[in-house]
Design a protein around this ligand. Structure first.
Ligand code: HH2
Length: 295
């Protein structure tokens, strides 16, 4: 489904959303649920980033705090130490927009100074000072903001999530975030929204939400979807372990694109690129969008 924001302004860089885009995940953490510890050193992170861009990543999301269910919060100083040198090095070397995955206002500002063009906050800019920091960066530096829905917080969010109507409630939450950002002066072309798969949601909630993606996309702002390797993929495939969830994740990314998502946040970039390319070639309407074969 088309949106009315075909280009996302990410600081000095721009992301054309005329076709679905791939956000490669770069977790510089010791404990992320699927790739923790693999890219903790700057050189390892850079090598991984180069590989993802070569495979077709259109932007990279650098995260220094795992938000998997039950994860312990990371102190600011430690998150800084993990994330900032990687963003600086990537900014100097790699041309795609860079996103920072953080809930901390101080780190948001510092990451933008280091070269990040997108602030990705799984907490939807609700921590004290986060909205102010994000709005300031959006207005002064033209960075994009991704506001995600989460019920509860990572440590406890999967204990007993509850919704009367998950799609309606999350649509209302996202709408409220947009109103606040717009009222604070953030242009529409700098806003991305994310329903937050797996963040305070049971399998049934995640499935209902996925089926509701056309409804969420219909609100007009570009949607980011992150289901890569998540437990919903494992559960829907009969308790598939994390290491075996990439084919399912690629199919889910393709289905999300078909339902209107504009940015797919994934670990396995090449599998996602192939799935999106085939979708673009084989879709029944003949494909109105550009192809996905190149970068
Ligand atoms: N999911 C994770 C982290 N950040 N950001 C957005 N916008 N949307 C998501 O769905 C999302 C996100 C969790 O996945 P991952 O980064 O692989 O794991 P961890 O939190 O353990 O580092």
């Amino acid at each position: 489904m088309p949106t009315d924001a075909p280009v996302l302004q990410c600081g000095a860089r721009r992301l054309d959303l005329g076709r679905p885009r791939i956000m490669g995940i770069l977790n510089v953490t010791p404990d992320s649920f699927s790739d923790g510890g693999q890219y903790a050193r700057v050189e390892e992170a850079l090598a991984r980033a180069r590989a993802m861009v070569a495979e077709g990543a259109d932007l990279l999301d650098v995260g220094g705090e795992s938000t998997r269910p039950g994860a312990e919060p990371v102190p600011l100083e430690e998150e800084r130490r993990r994330v900032l040198p990687v963003i600086e090095a990537l900014h100097a070397e790699i041309g795609v927009p860079l996103s920072v995955d953080t809930m901390k206002p101080a780190l948001m500002r510092e990451a933008v100074a280091a070269g990040a063009g997108l602030l990705n906050d799984v907490n939807g800019f609700r921590a004290e000072g986060a909205l102010e920091a994000a709005v300031e960066a959006a207005r002064e530096d033209g960075v994009a903001l991704c506001a995600m829905h989460m019920q509860g917080e990572p440590q406890s969010m999967q204990r007993a999530p509850h919704y009367d109507d998950v799609v309606t409630e999350i649509a209302a939450f996202l709408d409220q975030r947009v109103r606040e950002l717009r009222a604070a002066g953030v242009p529409r072309g700098q806003i991305l929204l994310d329903p937050g798969f797996g963040f305070g949601k049971t399998l049934a909630h995640n499935v209902a939400l996925f089926r509701g993606l056309p409804h969420l996309a219909g609100a007009g702002l570009p949607l980011l979807v992150g289901v890569s390797r998540k437990s919903m993929i494992g559960q829907l495939l009969g308790d598939r372990p994390v290491a075996e969830r990439d084919p399912g994740s690629a199919v889910a990314a393709m289905l999300a694109a078909q339902a209107g998502a504009r940015v797919l946040r994934v670990h396995n970039v090449s599998a996602t690129r192939d799935a999106l390319a085939l979708y673009s070639e084989l879709r029944p309407d003949g494909g109105e969008e550009q192809d996905n074969r190149g970068n």
